[in-house]
Design a protein around this ligand. Sequence first.
Ligand SMILES: O=C(O)CCC(=O)C(=O)O
Ligand SMILES: [Fe+2]
Length: 210
Amino acid sequence: MANPGETSAQVLLRHAGMRQVPSSRLTVLSCPHFLPPTLCRALIALIDKDRRPSTIADANGDKYFRTSETCDLSADEPAVQDLEARLLALNGIDPAHGEPVQGQRYDVGQEFKNHTDFFEPQGADFHKFCAVAGNRTWTFMIYLNEVEAGGATRFKVIGKTFQPETGKLVCWDNHREDGSLNPATLHHGMKVRKGVKYVITKWYRERHWH
Ligand SMILES: O=C(O)CCC(=O)C(=O)O
Ligand SMILES: [Fe+2]
């Protein structure tokens, strides 16, 4: 492992049910039932309590680019501590490299258009978001519920779409093996057509978050 803020497919594949998408373009894996339904329900309740409109870095003039709601989850909550312990057991990443866990909520018609999770080094907001902790390394995203229609996550460069399922984890390396930022991680949280979608996002950084 090159950096304590990173993990690897090899480490993640030790977890039962973990599968890697066959692709030479990016490292992305998924695992059904990573979280039990009881924990998913507890996290949904926390998201519903505290949600606010989602934001993006490097505003691009499209006010419909990310229409969901976001919630910063308190590290004092037992459900969040349970989640963090499971992530650490899975990925072995030093928790000091983790951003606080976030929840995202999408109502009918809401989406997060094609984007990458890393910050553009040339972007106006790079310094603001990355001066201390550096860029994002890995993304861990967990669906907390079943969506009646829509709400999939599409990686168009590799033609791979993940469907929301309660407790399913999707995780990927935002860098290539040579350490460069990987534009093939481009992904789209697609519009919810029916129902409500809840996800957890956990991002790790090159350096300590604080
Ligand atoms: O909701 C999704 O399917 C994707 C969420 C996402 O890409 C993000 O929050 O960065
Ligand atoms: Fe994303």
